[in-house]
Design a protein around this ligand. Structure first.
Ligand SMILES: [Zn+2]
Length: 460
């Protein structure tokens, strides 16, 4: 047992003592920063994941607070943790976050990525936003409810998963398949996905209700291998490159989904001319190839809300410069609007590639799913945000990326993406980027907002 581990054990005993002596609030106030800093110091980079460290961290806390919990190890080093406060018969609320993080290259960071360092303004480290802070906010909301000792109207469930950043096969996919009883009676899931964004002096909150559908493909070409000094007229690489060049010409039809229309309309007031007017009149924008091309230059994120896209992200052929490879392949990351059937998209892509000898293998594909706004969790999020920030724009949104929420939406369980933090563009770049950090102001806001929200939902 390391001295650090021992120190943390002692710290938890002190926290528990404080709680017993003087009420929970003292302990909660003392520890949001320390909790997140400790959690970030556990290196759960995926690969390899090592989420068992995070599961042990939470298990220790749940044990200290007498909360029912279970660590579910699915492979060496890969674990999930589930905990529950039992309540009445209203549909259960599931608080979800993932413990794994994307890797960080220390040479490009100003602070070591797993330091959990705190200065006057920020707490630094990989996972500070995606999504360890969310896990700590959810944990503290659960501890606060437990400390109140009141009867809950519904079960409150906490779930911290492994492997989200690699698609969830060691995490939610495994749990839903092997432990379906853990998800019985769940009426709403609160996960990552949306947040507050500050642009100049405007503030908007997006609550994620749907995602674009990934359709990941591998395209392979075969040909005669040989010496680079005496090339034949055809090779695997040539065939692949020609097909990919044709694919680059494929532009999916721009489409305006009803949710996206209201999202862009509501955001319009925060944008300068001519985008203010164009986002108010999105139908005209969508039907003008010229304006769509300009939108892509102006804001490629908004552009992705209006069209299915494909990006050629991986390419491989020969391992040696003087060898003509027998096989060349590319991997293509397509993201479809939620009403775009994957089979139909695959047909368009196959036609665009235009070479029947190519082998096209789907690597990943999801079914569509949208969570309704008419739901106790969405309404509670919206109402709490509106009370606290009356001038802010609050909108349901579609994200271009995907999270574990899709697993629930496919099963008809409503899931909403929202982390209670407000970011400017610089802070947002830290997500999957360098120098990820969270402001201490966001830490206070996130903890208070989550505790109030969860208390309201489980006690009303
Ligand atoms: Zn995440």
């Amino acid at each position: 047992m390391s001295t650090w581990w021992l120190a943390r054990k002692i710290k938890w005993q002190i926290v528990l003592l404080l709680w017993l002596c003087s009420g929970f609030c003292v302990a909660a106030d003392l520890d949001t920063r320390d909790l997140l800093s400790d959690y970030i110091r556990l290196d759960t980079s995926n690969p390899p994941g090592n989420e068992v460290l995070g599961a042990a961290f939470f298990a220790e806390i749940f044990a200290a607070y007498g909360i029912e919990h279970e660590v579910i190890e699915v492979a060496p080093g890969r674990a999930n943790i589930w905990a529950r406060l039992p309540g009445g018969d209203q549909p259960a609320l599931l608080l979800l976050h993932h413990m794994d993080v994307v890797p960080a290259a220390p040479a490009r960071w100003q602070q070591p990525p797993f330091s959990g360092l705190i200065d006057d303004t920020y707490l630094y480290g990989r996972g500070a936003l995606d999504s360890k802070s969310l896990g700590i906010f959810q944990l503290q909301a659960m501890l606060a409810l437990k400390a109140q000792g009141k009867a809950l109207n519904r079960d409150l469930i906490f779930l911290a998963t492994a492997d989200e950043e690699a698609g969830g096969q060691m995490g939610l996919a495994w749990l839903l398949d092997k432990r379906p009883e853990l998800f019985e009676g769940i009426g709403g899931v609160l996960n990552e996905g949306g947040r507050g964004d500050r642009r100049g002096d405007t503030l908007s909150f997006g609550i994620e209700v749907t995602q674009k559908l990934p359709l990941w493909l591998r395209v392979s070409a075969r040909g005669e291998p040989g010496h680079g000094a005496i090339p034949r007229s055809e090779s695997a690489s040539q065939r692949l490159i020609a097909a990919l060049a044709r694919l680059e010409q494929l532009v999916f039809t721009a489409q305006l989904l009803p949710g996206v229309k209201s999202y862009l309309n509501k955001l319009a007031k925060d944008f300068p001319a001519p985008w203010h007017e164009r986002l108010l009149n999105v139908e005209a924008l969508v039907s003008s190839p010229q304006q769509m091309a300009e939108l892509r230059e102006f804001d490629h994120r908004l552009y992705a809300q209006l069209r299915s896209t494909c990006a050629i992200t991986r390419l491989q052929a020969s391992a040696k410069i003087n060898v003509v490879a027998p096989e060349a392949w590319a991997e293509i990351d397509c993201r479809l609007l939620p009403n775009h059937q994957p089979e139909q998209a695959l047909q368009s892509i196959t036609r665009a590639l235009g070479d029947a000898s190519l082998q096209i293998t789907p690597l990943l594909s999801f079914e569509p799913g949208i969570s309704a706004q008419e739901h106790f969790l969405y309404r509670a999020l919206e109402q709490n945000l509106a009370e606290r920030f009356p001038a802010a724009t609050i909108v349901p949104r579609m994200t271009a990326g995907f999270t574990d929420s899709h697993f629930f939406r496919e099963k008809g369980i409503p899931a909403y993406g929202f982390i209670p933090v407000i970011l400017d563009a610089e802070q947002a770049r830290g997500i999957h980027g360098d120098n990820e950090k969270i402001s201490l102001q966001n830490l206070r806001f996130g903890r208070d907002f989550m505790t109030k929200l969860v208390t309201q939902i489980c006690l009303d």
